[in-house]
Design a protein around this ligand. Structure first.
Ligand code: ADP
Length: 591
């Protein structure tokens, strides 16, 4: 058994302009940090020049003045290094924190602005990866990578420029080894990249495996497949080890070759330098200075590979972040959207057709109906018939492709989403519980609710007795998405949450989980209380729920094929509802 881990496709390189625009709000701190890097680098690069001057003028030229002058210059350069370093460290850290805070904020803001459509098309794993690994990658880049790139670039440019001003011939002679370096890098880069990709892949596979095993631990233990799982883990663990080992071998070869090039460059320098000194073309100090330059030059050249891959990976993360932030939700508040004015709760579908994909099949076709205030409507049909789609359109999770949905005579597209959803509440099958207390979970839809109101909602939903039995009561902490509560308790909390919100229209997907008879009766009663005196659209899975409704809508292939009083339709020979009742009864009997 091998797991397939899907990786993000490589994103296009973002234009530098875009990246710089990201940093604009923090440009003062960034500029100070860059100034620090510049001061430090210039101080480091100028030091060999001071050595050259002290040798040629001070030592060879026997000038005490030059010696003193150069000593002072060297002291200034050392101070420059220290001050520059301090300026960089102090500001780069601040800049990174400022930028990362803004970045995380913008990503989460975008996340909350997106609609359901995005989340159904985008696998949660990719989203999590974007929000964590890309941010982490950019964090490393702004905290350390940017300084490295800046410093290496400056050292390279300044050193080579200084060398050329001192002696063109000697510079060209030393730089002869550049093609060799380039060849070594050309060999190393694709290999390092491939190995890095392999490490990422195997690590991701390993993490996925561990995660799956943890989440599915009950299944693992129930079916006693620990040994199989262990073996799979051993395999992926070995793959990771192999990939890392190969990475070490490739790096050792490359860096070994580079180390070998330094003495070659120095040999060329000394031989050819001595020749030039002999002919009086240059002074001896230049050769000494060059030997220092050569050492300085190698570091950035050696780092070149890492720096380019650092830039590439930061570029890819930036691109993905930009791409994510550029997603425009399909369902948004229109300009000029007004607050929804809630009245009795009348729902109207005016020839509504809906397609999930513009050129895909219709999930709802020409649904045309009116639900008067306080009517309880059961929606039934086989799986895929369009029940949930119908429910989602009531709360405007999607916009109709054709036709209009109105609630209390207001086109749902013309009102703000937040005002609409405080009066039109959707209760999903499995109420999701957040980590927090029971009270916080009940008040999720109305955070400003008082303690008394929360307690009253729990009493009304018959939850009070159950809660009293939990240690901590209302303040008991619900951890791990509510797994510490029983399924019935979770449903009751979800119902209490909806009750507290006092909606005028409620859309409820009846839970299908089997509860013990006592809890089942409790949930049933809570549902009756919640739905009483409200316009209710219930996706019914049980015969009783459908029969008890004022009206039933039977969906087939996105079309309402029957619409009427359930008790009447149930006895229509061969009718769609009668068939559904039979099928549901049979399913319940065999369950
Ligand atoms: P039901 O709730 O009755 O089981 P749905 O309303 O979920 O049915 O689905 C109606 C049709 O729309 C089905 O053919 C289903 O495959 C399709 N569908 C549902 N959700 C999506 C989606 N997010 N993207 C594309 N098609 C979807």
């Amino acid at each position: 058994m091998r797991m397939h881990v899907e990786h993000d496709r490589p994103a296009a390189r973002p234009p530098l302009r875009r990246v710089l625009a990201e940093f604009r709000p923090h440009r003062r701190t960034a500029a100070l940090a860059a100034a620090g890097v510049a001061v430090m680098t210039v101080s480091i690069v100028l030091m060999p020049l001071v050595v050259e001057l002290v040798v040629d003028h001070g030592v060879v030229g026997h000038s005490t003045q030059w010696v003193w002058g150069c000593t002072i210059a060297a002291a200034v350069l050392v101070i420059g290094q220290v001050v520059g370093n301090w300026l960089e460290v102090a500001n780069m850290g601040r800049f990174a924190e400022q930028y990362l805070r803004a970045l995380r904020g913008s990503l989460v803001e975008q996340l909350y602005s997106l609609d359901l459509d995005y989340f159904t098309h985008e696998p949660a794993g990719r989203l999590v990866s974007r929000l964590t690994s890309d941010v982490e990658n950019l964090q490393q880049f702004v905290q350390a990578g940017m300084s490295l790139v800046l410093r290496a670039g400056l050292v390279l440019v300044l050193t080579v420029t200084l060398m050329f001003t001192q002696s063109v011939r000697l510079t060209l002679a030393v730089l002869v080894i550049l093609p060799l370096l380039a060849a070594a890098s050309a060999w190393y880069r694709p290999r390092a990249f491939a190995v890095q990709m392999r490490i990422r892949e195997t690590t991701a596979t390993m993490l996925t495996h561990v995660n799956e095993s943890l989440v599915g631990m009950r299944v693992v233990q129930a079916f006693a497949i620990e040994d199989d799982q262990h073996e799979v883990f051993r395999d992926v663990n070995f793959d990771t080890y192999e990939a890392k080992r190969r990475s070490g071998t490739v790096a050792a070869l490359y860096y070994g070759a580079i180390e070998f090039l330094v003495p070659i460059a120095l040999a060329i320098l000394i031989t050819y330098g001595a020749h030039l000194v002999e002919h009086g073309t240059i002074k001896v100090g230049v050769v000494i200075a060059f030997s220092l330059y050569v050492n300085r030059l190698f570091e950035p050249i050696q780092q070149f590979t890492e720096l380019t891959s650092l830039l590439q990976s930061a570029g890819a993360s930036f691109a993905r972040v930009f791409e994510f932030r550029a997603v425009v939700p399909k369902v948004t508040d229109r300009p000029g959207a007004v607050d929804f004015v809630h009245r009795a709760g009348a729902v109207r579908f005016d020839h509504v057709t809906f397609r999930y994909d513009t050129d895909g099949p219709a999930a709802l076709s020409d649904v045309d109906l009116v639900i008067p205030p306080r009517q309880r409507v059961a929606v039934v049909g086989t799986s895929g018939a369009g029940k949930s789609t119908f429910a989602k359109l009531v709360a405007r999770f999607y916009d109709a492709s054709d036709g209009v949905v109105t609630i209390d005579e207001q086109d749902v597209r013309m009102v703000t989403g937040s005002s609409l959803r405080s009066h039109v509440i959707v209760v999903p099958q499995e109420g999701f519980l957040f980590d927090g207390t029971v009270a916080e979970n009940v008040a999720a839809a109305r955070p400003e609710a008082s303690r008394e109101e929360i307690e009253a909602a729990c009493v009304a939903m018959g939850l009070a007795g159950r809660i009293a039995a939990i240690p901590g009561g209302l303040d008991a902490v619900v951890a791990n998405r509510g797994l510490t509560l029983s399924s019935g308790q979770r449903q009751l909390v979800a119902l209490a949450r909806a009750f507290l919100a006092e909606p005028s229209v409620i859309v409820l997907d009846e839970a299908t989980s089997n509860l013990d008879p006592a809890t089942d009766a409790l949930v049933e009663r809570a549902m009756q209380t919640l739905l009483a005196d409200r316009t209710a659209i219930v996706i019914a899975h049980r015969v009783n729920t459908a029969i008890r409704a004022d009206r039933v809508l039977v969906f087939e292939h996105g079309v309402v094929v029957e619409d009427g009083v359930p008790t009447e339709l149930a006895v229509v020979e061969g009718g769609a509802f009668a068939r559904w009742v039979d099928a549901a009864r049979q399913a319940a009997a065999t369950a």
